[in-house]
Design a protein around this ligand. Structure first.
Ligand code: ADP
Ligand code: MG
Length: 328
């Protein structure tokens, strides 16, 4: 299980606000474990909200999946180097924002990483690193600037044959945001939580008297808690799948690709981003992995209301300037 080794949620259902009702469902969506909780004036409203959130995530999965050959995303990929594809406004806007993050991170984040998705196997084994020439060749099609957006035609065009986009680093955050928005708009809903395998967003009334809280586990001693973070209308998203990596000559290679080299990133075990927006948090967590500790922290420290916690391969903790982590 990713993130959850590091981040343990402690949302105990208590007798808080007895006038409030809550509903919670855990299920598999977008290939990962989702947990949706709603706090509402009645039991029926709470369940309606949870079900509406689930339907929303399901809808988004169909739009952004690159596995489903009929999704709009697959259509864009199939038409790479051939023709622009007209897409829903929603997908157009998501790709527009993804490109903005590429710009902000000087290409560390790049949804066109997907053209080389297959050359690495992140199966926890010891491997011989692939030859630099082969990697360079495989990475040649990665370039967010070749994702051409035409707002008037509402179309997306991947300029080169063989280019591909994928939303692995932003999709869960986007889905969590959208589910939250929809649930929040339902009359009678007072708060909730959408947790996509440790990428989560929480708002309003909680099932816990202390409000929504998240505990950070000490990476060097999993039985100890390092501190906790209060999530008031906030998202916390962690990149760093503890199962998806391989080793080579004493180094650990994570399943996040440096678009400039084509090689998987090293040096960082996990990155958590805390900010009001789960999609941005998701994209930035991946970006910091690629940028590395120093450059990553430097970027986050320049952004307003965005904080970051990095755990290095040596279990050292690095955090952004204003992170309000209440150490125990
Ligand atoms: P996690 O899977 O640990 O939640 P991320 O949110 O960072 O972490 O997502 C990792 C996924 O992002 C990878 O499996 C891959 O699909 C995609 N990806 C890898 N490298 C990049 C990159 N440089 N930019 C954008 N997406 C990437
Ligand atoms: Mg991400």
């Amino acid at each position: 299980m990713r993130a959850l080794l590091l981040l343990l949620c402690c949302f105990s259902l208590s007798s808080y606000a007895q006038s409030m009702q809550s509903a919670k469902k855990v299920l598999k969506l977008m290939g990962c474990r989702f947990e949706l909780t709603a706090v509402a004036t009645t039991d029926t409203v709470a369940w309606n909200a949870v079900n509406a959130g689930i339907a929303e995530i399901d809808r988004i999965e169909k739009l952004i999946s690159s596995w489903d050959p009929n999704s709009q995303t697959s259509q864009i990929n199939q038409a790479a180097g051939i023709a622009p594809v007209k897409v829903d406004q929603e997908l157009f806007d998501l790709i527009f924002r993804a490109k903005k993050v590429s710009e902000l991170t000087d290409g560390a984040f790049d949804i066109s990483f997907a053209s080389m998705d297959r050359i690495w196997t992140f199966d926890q084994t010891e491997q011989t690193l692939l030859d630099a020439q082969k990697v360079k060749h495989a990475a040649a099609k990665i370039n967010w600037q070749n994702i051409v957006l035409d707002r008037t035609a509402q179309s997306v065009f991947l300029k080169e044959t063989g280019m591909k986009i994928g939303f692995g680093a932003i999709g869960k955050g986007y889905a969590a945001n959208k589910a939250k928005q929809l649930m929040q708009e339902i009359t009678g809903v007072k708060g909730g939580l959408v947790n996509a395998s440790g990428d989560l967003i929480a708002w309003g009334a909680s099932t816990n008297p202390e409000g929504w809280q998240i505990q950070i586990t000490d990476p060097s001693n999993k039985t100890k808690t390092l501190g906790n973070i209060a999530l008031n209308d906030m998202a916390i998203v962690t990149s760093g799948d503890y199962e998806k990596y391989f080793r080579s000559q004493g180094k650990r290679y994570a399943h996040i690709i440096n678009p400039k080299t084509g090689y998987p990133t090293t040096g960082i075990k996990s990155v958590s981003i805390i900010c009001p927006d789960a999609e941005l948090a998701d994209a930035l967590a991946t970006s910091v992995f690629v940028l590395g500790i120093e450059e990553g922290l430097n970027l986050i420290n320049q952004l307003n209301r965005i904080e970051c916690l990095i755990i290095s391969d040596e279990d050292k903790i690095h955090q952004s300037k204003n992170l309000d982590l209440n150490y125990f």
